[in-house]
Write a protein that binds this ligand. Structure first.
Ligand code: DQA
Length: 154
């Protein structure tokens, strides 16, 4: 089973970026926790990338057509990127959207996600656990394509 994890813009600054919102864990620590859970869950390949560039994220998704699932925190591109949404639609990769903070409890502009409508689901507001819950969901989807609800955005 192959799972791709993408961290979007500014997530390289985790730990020192608005710690009151995003916590004090560094991206390195987040990645270590993701890899450790992936091992526990028997994931063969876990590829993790971070990029501040929309086009790089689009290309990484385009190249992931042989992956079983995508776990993505699109950062601020969540609220702006039709290109990332289209890339997900183009490769038909089951996608789980995650956010450290609860995007629905913050500024109005963060409530809209261009990704949510093409994702299996969104996990938002649980810090590191958003990623870990998302990984569990991704593995479950990769193991068994049965989904409780069909997404309408595809
Ligand atoms: C974020 C929420 C976004 O609104 C913000 O732009 C981020 C991080 C989160 O993980 O809570 O960069 O995706």
């Amino acid at each position: 089973m192959k799972i791709l994890v993408i961290h979007g813009p500014n997530l390289n600054l985790l730990g020192r970026r608005q710690p009151e919102i995003y916590g004090r864990l560094t991206l390195k620590a987040v990645d270590a926790a993701i890899k450790s859970l992936a091992r526990e869950l028997g994931v063969n390949v876990i590829k993790i990338i971070q990029s501040n560039h929309e086009g790089d994220i689009v290309e990484a998704i385009q190249e992931a057509s042989d992956f079983d699932a995508l776990l993505i925190n699109p950062g601020a591109y969540t609220h702006t990127s039709i290109a990332i949404r289209d890339a997900i639609l183009s490769v038909h990769i089951p996608t789980i959207e995650v956010h450290l903070s609860n995007i629905h409890a913050r500024e109005e502009f963060r409530k809209n996600s261009y990704i949510a409508g093409v994702a299996i689901g969104q996990i938002s507001g649980f810090g590191l656990n958003s990623y870990l819950l998302g990984l569990r969901a991704a593995v479950g989807i990769a193991r068994d394509e049965k989904r409780p609800y069909k997404t309408t955005g595809r």
